[in-house]
Design a protein around this ligand. Structure first.
Ligand code: RUB
Length: 357
């Protein structure tokens, strides 16, 4: 049986920016809060520490949170003394950390549902499933990247929002940046506009960092500039990631996505989301049913540690928004690019899982 350590070695030999990995029975997580100025990984010894790292945004992004689910249960399994309930409780704890990225819940449920053994069998089962999930997630990035890159023409300028890249995924390019990275590797001359993504600055700090690492030309914009740049003809396409896509094709993604999609529609710029089948939530029929995650308003009144608003200024921080499916030109997945009518076509493509994956 292949061991997780071997898989990590294999990944480390590829040109990946891994957000999380295993070393001597500890997990190491790149502290995304410190990027781009410092690249430092913190050691995680148990599931409680992993849950805190997720809540505290040390690691984030829907693909990476999915893999955290698998890594966390593996960590729990090796400390469980073969007790299934211990692993189940760890799954429950992790599920409560961030409510929006559905990948986390899907991964945990997938492992828990297949757990039958006890003792050493339990550890092996969780390890095998973790290996399967990690390989699958990475293969999704390459495949959706290839499908998405077909939409990109030589000379295109692409706007992306937030950070949908390697460190938010499995190390190649997550979702949006997998598409962009493939197009770049195919020799297409592309330029990426990066919206800074207030208040947490995922775009300015992490997307710009990754694009620099990949050698892809890019320009940083503050979030309020996209409409103007589209009107000026500077942007040919918008490609963002996705924290969740619901049954009718409505997209849940980082707050500000909706605003870019509206500007794109008004300026005839095609707007795409890059996602995977594991980010589809068929328990929800449309975006209005999704409960929006609110984070600490102090992140709006300050930029990192620097206060920008007067003391006692009230602020609001909805962390995600809903982009209605009417604004979406296509949903890029590892099974191809899905187009409207989404309610029908998403269902059709999801049902074809076995034949396509
Ligand atoms: C998640 C996040 C964005 C990405 C999703 O938010 O980064 O929504 O656009 O991209 P947070 P991906 O930073 O609050 O975790 O689909 O690659 O995860």
């Amino acid at each position: 049986m292949e061991k997780l350590h071997e898989l990590v070695n294999e990944f480390q030999e590829q040109n990946l920016l891994l957000p999380i990995w295993l070393q001597e029975e500890k997990l190491y997580v790149v502290n995304q809060k410190k990027l781009p100025n410092t690249k430092v990984a913190i050691a995680i010894q148990n599931v409680e520490e992993l849950a805190s790292a997720i809540k505290d945004m040390v690691i984030r992004g829907s693909g990476a949170l999915g893999t955290c689910g698998a890594w966390g249960l593996y960590l729990a399994a090796i400390h469980s003394g073969g007790d299934k309930k211990f692993v189940t409780r760890a799954g429950e704890l992790l599920k409560q950390t961030r409510p929006t990225a559905v990948n986390l819940v899907h991964t945990i449920d997938e492992i828990l549902e297949q757990m039958n053994g006890h003792g050493i069998d339990l550890i092996q089962e969780v390890e095998m499933k973790t290996i399967e999930i990690l390989k699958r997630q990475l293969s999704f990035e390459h495949r959706l990247g290839e499908y998405g890159a077909e939409l990109i023409g030589d000379g295109d300028s692409i706007l992306t929002h937030c950070h949908s890249g390697a460190l938010a995924g499995s190390g190649y390019g997550g979702r949006a940046l997998s598409v962009i990275r493939k197009a770049h590797e195919q020799g297409k001359n592309i330029h990426v506009y990066v919206s800074e993504t207030r208040p947490y600055l995922q775009g300015a700090r992490i997307t710009a960092y990754e694009l620099k690492e990949f050698g892809i030309p890019h320009t940083l914009l503050s979030d309020n500039m996209s409409g103007h740049c589209m009107k000026q003809g500077l942007i040919d396409k918008v490609i963002v990631g996705s924290d969740r896509v619901v049954r009718n094709g409505d997209l849940v993604n980082k707050v500000g996505t909706y605003m870019h999609a509206l500007a794109a529609k008004a300026n005839d710029v095609p707007f795409y989301t890059a996602t995977s089948s594991h980010t589809m939530d068929d328990t929800i029929s449309n975006g209005s049913e999704v409960e929006i995650e609110y984070r600490n308003p102090s992140e709006v009144t300050s930029i990192q540690e620097f206060r920008i608003a007067p003391e006692d200024t009230q602020a609001l921080y909805p962390s995600f928004d809903i982009t209605p499916h009417e604004l979406i030109e296509g949903i890029i997945t590892e099974r191809g690019v899905i187009q409207a009518p989404y309610a029908t076509n998403l269902r059709k493509v999801m049902a074809e899982e076995d034949s396509l994956v």
